[in-house]
Design a protein around this ligand. Structure first.
Ligand SMILES: Nc1ncnc2c1ncn2[C@@H]1O[C@H](COP(=O)(O)OP(=O)(O)OP(=O)(O)O)[C@@H](O)[C@H]1O
Ligand SMILES: [Mg+2]
Length: 323
């Protein structure tokens, strides 16, 4: 049974009397104890998709127009807000790119991690502090006592991110959503934190959604990969199939942007052109103006997401090259 099953999610933002469709019919399944990687360039709708799971879309201007999000027998998009609060931070936790937006500058890190335990789990002050220290050492904080009484701004970026992870794990969630959790950090710290996340996921039996624009990160972490472009899923498959035989020209191009040691001397390939904003999505295939393999049909007809060969029947691509 999947841990999370999302079907036909549609999210829009009302901007200056226009409707920007940021997420346009996204569906996916996340298996129990597995990691789904969501990749795509900036503005493709990754974070909006993730925030919709937690129902954290600012409304207005945002609106979840349609879709279902099945989790533990409930549709998260239709349960009352009171029930949703039970899910948020308890059954599903989220880690963001910038811990400063989630950590409160006026409280010590210890306070911020222990407080939810006292509030949600009814723990006593001392028990919460003990569990907090335990969580801090689990996430590789060498001096839990010092960090416990430190304010976020007194810590390094990597250390702050560890505190965020401890906070996200405090209530033993079943699903962890990590939205670009390491992009703000330098490469060695990044690698360490990703390794840590993977280890914790295994140990705790969590499912995970990992959002990044870096397919290289996804390679070592995700079981399945979903590639988004202009608010849509353009390709999804088991990770190996994505790397061994990408089908969508966009995925191919994204793969070429992964910096590797061999390519270090050369220039990093970036895909020419830009992602269309949700207000100016071109007709036909939204990628066609940037696609080297586009034909006349691509500018006219919107391709459907179709099953392609390989990937154990789980490989899908939205491209006229297939079908
Ligand atoms: N609060 C908001 N108000 C208006 N538009 C928004 C809002 N949040 C997101 N959008 C729009 O929705 C689209 C998708 O944004 P989203 O943040 O999901 O992109 P992303 O794939 O996460 O990109 P990035 O890699 O930069 O994080 C963007 O065009 C963005 O401008
Ligand atoms: Mg984002």
């Amino acid at each position: 049974m999947p841990c999370l099953s999302c079907s036909d999610l549609r999210v829009s933002f009302r901007i200056q009397k226009k409707t920007a469709r940021a997420v346009r019919g996204v569906s996916f399944e996340l298996d129990d104890r597995k990691t789904l990687g969501i990749v795509g360039e900036s503005g493709c709708g990754k974070s909006v998709t993730a925030s919709s799971i937690m129902r954290l879309i600012p409304a207005p201007p945002g609106k979840i127009e349609a879709g279902t999000m099945l989790f533990e027998g409930k549709d998260l998009l239709s349960i009352p807000e009171k029930q949703m609060r039970e899910v948020r931070g308890r059954r599903i936790s989220m880690i963001f790119q910038d811990p400063m937006t989630s950590l409160n500058p006026v409280f010590t890190c210890g306070h911020q991690v222990a407080e939810p335990l006292i509030l949600h789990k009814g723990m006593g002050k001392r028990a919460a502090a003990e569990l907090c220290a335990e969580l801090f050492s689990e996430v590789g904080i060498a001096e839990p006592k010092r960090v416990f009484s430190s304010y976020p701004h007194n810590l390094s970026g990597g250390m702050r991110q560890r505190v965020m992870i401890a906070m996200a794990l405090a209530c033993s969630p079943r699903l962890l959503i990590a939205d670009e959790p390491t992009t703000a950090l330098d490469v060695t710290v990044q690698a360490k934190l990703l390794e840590l996340l993977k280890k914790l996921q295994d140990a705790k039996g969590m499912s995970m959604i990992l959002i990044t624009h870096n397919l290289g990160i996804v390679a070592g972490m995700a079981h399945d990969v979903m590639v988004m472009y202009a608010g849509e899923v353009v390709e999804s498959a088991p990770a190996r199939a994505i790397f061994d035989s990408p089908r969508h020209p966009y995925t191919e191009r994204l793969l070429k942007t992964i910096p590797s040691i061999e390519k270090r001397s050369g220039r990093l390939t970036v895909i020419p052109g830009t992602v269309p904003t949700p207000l100016e999505i071109p007709d036909g295939c939204p990628f066609h103006p940037r696609c080297q393999r586009a034909t006349e049909r691509c500018g006219k007809e919107h391709p459907a997401l179709r099953r392609v060969d390989g990937g154990g029947g789980k490989h899908q691509a939205r491209c006229h090259l297939y079908g």
